[in-house]
Design a protein around this ligand. Sequence first.
Ligand code: ZN
Length: 472
Amino acid sequence: MPETKVKKTEDFNEWYNEIVELADLCDKRYPIKGMNVWRPYGWTLMSHIDQLIRDEMKKTNHQEVYFPLLIPESSFKKEEEHIEGFGSEVYWITHAGVNKLEEKWLLRPTSETAMYPIFSLWIRSHADLPLKTYQIVNTFRYETKQTRAFIRVREIHFFEAHTCHVNFEDAEKQIKEDKEIAKRLFDKLCLPFIFGKRPEWDKFAGADYTISIDVLMPSFRTLQLGSIHQYRDNFSKPYDISYEAEGGKHEFCHQTTYGMSERILGALIGIHGDNKGLVMPPEVAPTQVVIIPIIFKGKEKQVLSACETLYENLIKEGLRVQVDNRNITPGNKYYTWELKGVPIRVEIGPKDVEKNEIVVVRRDTSQKKSISNKLIVKTINEELKSIAKDLYDKAKKILNDNQHRVKTVEEAKKLKGIVELPWCGKENCALEIENILDGKTLGEPIDDKNCSHPCPICGDKSITWMRYAKTY
Ligand code: ZN
């Protein structure tokens, strides 16, 4: 069976660049760098991921909104740290037709500054709180580093939740809920991840603190899939988002945000794929089962009718199924569907029809077995569950095997993946470790962070473990 030109195990980054186009996810030939065309297979896959996010938002009483893409300069400039953080990444609109605009507009890099002036009109009393909203839209950032499909792009497919609360404690409850959402969501995507509290110098511009969601890619670099931010009243003060508390006093809201992007798709491709192509977690696979008729002269009718019957039965079960009737060899069909990562392939030939059987092949293990017609639905559902579990377990083992807690920089230097070292709390010590390891500070663990060893740089008492890794 043909495989990708570059092997995942030999050169992950090249393999990734090849597979996103071979598997029809995107087209990189659009004339603006970092703005790729989503092809139907990639867009369907992304919309299944979005649907899981929408389901989680509904379950937790968030409401979907849609704010405009363009933001006036004056709205953007109200929160100083925020502008400082995003200023160099913004695309500006200066003209409308032949006329120079009186006030410049920008393409949203994120939507705080579009939403908050309006939130200040929506929120009047404590009865309007909590306000829990989200949107899934495109955002724009002028990326100067090398772009990579779904991982580093200039037009971003972005999920952003924005919430307003009566006080800090209520906003903290939201952050707890956000972490639970992440656990449920990434479980369905078979993606084990770690939460980390970002260091002060690398938190979101304007946030009080930032919790990141990171996964480990097969290149031993981490990829940040999402972040959860506690804003306190840092934005509500400049944007005047306040409410009348009981007793008539005016209080500023406390706010949180939650951001994720198509990087989730990048992680799915990278973590689960292999030398034959994508391996899709059943929950989001655009096609979960593909049926391949094995045609022999004179037996076409029986075989095709068995395929149709099976198709109907599986569709009734709510599965996403396709019959591949194309006039090409079965081998070529296997190649297509393996490349696209369809979790289960079913083969039906004349002998199987005679024996009332089908052949089921798993994409992740290539395991093949014959099953009787009576057990088809049950077996396929069990196999899909088992594929999801195995994908998660395999990725979890790789994450565990490449996450190390050590006491000295010398030990850390010999290791791949994520390392945790004692940290005294001083920015300079962490930056020096970044230099030595040629990596980035990921952040401190959110639990199990007590450390009794001295800082490996200055020898002072440590306040926590700190994580470092090479990152995307
Ligand atoms: Zn130190």
